[in-house]
Design a protein around this ligand. Structure first.
Ligand code: GLN
Length: 495
């Protein structure tokens, strides 16, 4: 067995049993990155020497009998998480030279638990996108390809496309990601892996480059549901440095994966039956529900009546917050500065921002500034906030009747790198099944459940009650077990 083929759980066991050292496991991943990253572009920065030093230190700790829950496990870190002393670009030219002096809380928690960092994973610029084609470091390629059209390069999804592609191609055992409107779940589904956006407040946002602060949440992607559960336990927890982080206990999520679904009531929202959804996705959804029934769950049709307003609401709230958050990139305090000999301050701002931000980020700043401007604030932003409250209320009512909700993760399988690039609205439609959980602050997990006719992975989504990730993991693990998803991407280490 190639060392990069371990699951994260399997690697922890192998390390504990002395079957492999962290140095060997880390080196195998660095070799795989050297071989495949030139094609996939999943990593922006590879920190090979630092990773090996961390691995040596980890092996030494283990010898002394000290082993954290992630002792010696090599991971990728989305390049949106600040890592002390390591370039953190957010996929943007404007942060192209930014090396933070501090560590994000989530990555610090992973280091505390013994993890090894292989490098920084590529992403859509400032996490805005669904295809990982807007990064200043270039697009990421999905390691999967269509059976009858292997030459068309596919997107890995976005914005956490580098994280998902790295994990799917076996260039990391797991990765951090963030999800503002679907950026963990959609790339996980496109790459045939699992990923969870936890409840808003479960993970600290401290040290994560902000996109839309009331929606952003960190979470893991990994090749199994249990691996996500193990990673989330380390990532999560109260942090006094983030006033929105929740002071609630962090349960043993991995234990919850084995709970089963007997007696659970699973909601099936009728508004998620969208016209134009490929029949394969409809069929997979039905299949997933049948699997859960076979394992003792009951499926119940529910209604989330404001679902149709979720996308327009998201695409007002998220750009509004983004336009405010991105005001800090002024050429003075962070990153890129563009001046001319006679530049005054205004000229410095304009040149820096015009050259520093890519087209999609500029579009979001324009939309956001517009919806927040005097005269339009009530018509757009305030109305969106009200609808957001109604969407949340829909879920509150549904969770009076059901324990979890199951839907498709995405309205399509991975698409070609050249597709949907001419029409931003088409790109935004990718998020139709995922943005609701962000607007309501709820946990959502994507789990690979099947293949389409082209042999591309398709995922199902499990949405749960606030701070009830345990039920989400139980349902996700039950689907995973029934699906027995063993297909592999064409581009992967050891292939
Ligand atoms: N695709 C969505 C967007 O472009 C979601 C991004 C995200 O979750 N970070 O805004």
């Amino acid at each position: 067995m190639h060392p990069t083929d371990f699951t994260l759980r399997g690697a922890i066991d192998a390390l504990n049993e002395g079957i492999i050292t962290s140095v060997d496991l880390t080196q195998a991943h660095l070799d795989a990155i050297a071989a495949l990253n030139p094609r996939l572009n999943a990593y922006i920065t590879v920190t090979g020497e630092q990773a090996l030093a961390q691995a040596r230190a980890s092996d030494a700790r283990r010898k002394e009998g000290v082993a954290g829950p992630l002792e010696g496990v090599p991971l990728a870190i989305k390049d949106l998480f600040c890592t002390a002393g390591t370039l953190t670009t957010a996929g943007s030219r404007i942060l192209g030279n930014f090396t933070p002096p501090y560590e994000s809380t989530v990555s610090a928690n992973l280091l505390r638990d013994g993890a090894v960092f292989l490098g920084k994973a590529n992403l859509d610029e400032f996490a805005m996108g669904s295809s990982n084609t807007t990064s200043a470091s270039g697009p990421v390629e999905n390691p999967w390809s269509r059976a009858n059209d292997p030459d068309t390069r596919l997107v890995p999804g976005g914005s956490s496309g580098g994280s998902a592609a790295a994990v799917a191609a076996r260039l990391a055992l797991g990765a951090t990601a963030t999800d503002t409107g679907g950026s963990i779940r959609q790339p996980a589904a496109f790459c045939g892996i699992a990923g969870i956006k936890p409840t808003y407040g479960r993970c600290s946002r401290f040290g994560i480059v902000a996109f839309a602060s009331s929606l952003d949440q960190a979470g893991p992607v990994a090749r199994t549901v249990e691996d996500c559960a193990i990673l989330l336990r380390s990532m999560a927890g109260f942090d006094p440095k983030d006033s929105t982080s929740a002071d609630v206990p962090v349960p043993d999520f991995a234990a919850a994966c084995a709970r089963g679904v007997k007696g659970l009531r699973i909601g099936v929202p009728k508004e998620y039956r969208l016209e134009g959804t490929p029949p394969e996705i409809e069929a997979l959804w039905e299949q997933g529900l049948a699997w859960l029934r076979e394992q003792g769950a009951e499926t119940v049709e529910i209604s989330l009546p404001h679902t149709q307003f979720a996308l327009p609401t998201y695409y007002i709230v998220a750009p509004a917050e983004a336009s405010s958050n991105l005001a800090r990139y002024d050429g003075v305090r962070f990153g890129l500065r563009v001046t001319e000999p006679n530049s005054d301050l205004r000229d410095l701002y304009e040149r820096t921002r015009a050259q520093g931000f890519g087209a999609e980020v500029r579009r979001r700043i324009l939309i956001g500034t517009y919806v927040l401007s005097a005269g339009y604030y009530d018509a757009y932003y305030l109305k969106a906030q009200k609808i957001r409250a109604l969407i949340k209320r829909d879920f509150d009512e549904a969770f009076g009747k059901v324990d979890a909700i199951v839907t498709p993760a995405t309205p399509s399988a991975a698409f070609g790198m050249d597709e949907k690039q001419d029409d931003p609205v088409k790109m935004y439609l990718n998020d139709v099944f995922t943005v609701t959980a962000n607007l309501a602050g709820l946990p959502g997990l994507a789990v690979p459940a099947g293949l389409d006719a082209q042999g591309l992975p398709l995922g199902l989504q499990v949405i749960g009650r606030s701070f009830d990730e345990e039920t989400v993991f139980a349902v996700g693990a039950a689907i995973e077990q029934a699906a027995g998803f063993t297909a592999l991407p064409r581009l992967r280490a050891g292939a």
